[in-house]
Design a protein around this ligand. Sequence first.
Ligand SMILES: *Cc1c(COP(=O)(O)O)cnc(C)c1O
Length: 364
Amino acid sequence: MTTATRIFNFSAGPAVLPPPVLQEAQRDLLALPGVGMSIMEISHRSKPFEDLLNKAVEDIRALANIPANYKILMLQGGASLQFSMVPMNLLTPGATADYIDTGSWADKAIKEARRVGTVNVTGSTKADNYSRIPAASEISLTPGAAYVHTTTNNTIEGTQWSGLPAGAGDAPIVADTSSDMFHAPIDVSKFGLIYAGAQKNLGPSGVTLVIIREDLLARSQASLPTMLNYKVHVENDSLYNTPNTFGIYILGLTMKWLRGLGGLEAIGELNRRKAGKLYTEIDRTGFYRGTAQKESRSLMNVTFRLPSEDLEKQFVKESTAAGLDGLKGHRSVGGMRASIYNAFPEEGIDALVAFMREFERTRG
Ligand SMILES: *Cc1c(COP(=O)(O)O)cnc(C)c1O
């Protein structure tokens, strides 16, 4: 199969994967070279699988130069389980966790944290339909907070932080990076914990990447349910129980692909170029209208509206027919959303821009 026979997939997640990754998986599906069985048929305790897991972890560490005092885990349960695991492990009794409320996913994280302990919600941009990232002056953090939780990219609303919340002091920053992990260089040493469901920018669904600073493991109480305890997963190198072996394999291939492309600097440049083309088209005449405020625009999820809901319906229908799939925005926002993660090809951006021009020319 070649890329020519694939349509352009703008899905928000699970999302597009790199064709070389799919091709390698297809080639080795019946029998992994040197193993003679498929990845799905071998023990997670076998040397071939352990090698594969170790290689994926090594590649992740190399991609972002992750310091040795950070542990890298591959868990299950999605980013949504991290909404619970983070407070269960890190929100120490009597302490407060700060949560910055920048979108629907941040809101879900807040709701779960509240089941566990005391939460201070700050910097909420809900009154502006989450169309922007809050200014530093809008964020008031708790002195001595257990941690500060942030969502680096707001998948549904199409906004993205360009830096980190200021003023966290000694409080570790915990980041949900599900929809922009490895979209550009990331300085892991600035975070206490990073988590990401893999299905947007890292691989397939069913794997969650968690990167945790070693000293924070001291907070995980032995009374926690075993499977929800970070310390247990670290002590067992993500192999306390059977992990998603196939998912980790595909994630590993995706990390190899990313390194081959030149790593995070190279992908960052490509992502800026891809998003730039699309925003330029959105801003060209006023027919299209970006829903995120300009300084908060996401490089990963580009959200925009048309002059009427009727035109939006036509746009979805005709773009789908033209092989541009998945452009309908999330139901809570409406309009369009083009998710253009790392693996989304630049030709697909060019095709969408051409489609938008033609649509405006005939309907504008
Ligand atoms: C998709 C998404 C989630 C939910 O991920 P699951 O793996 O489905 O639980 C959480 N946070 C963000 C920012 C997301 O984009």
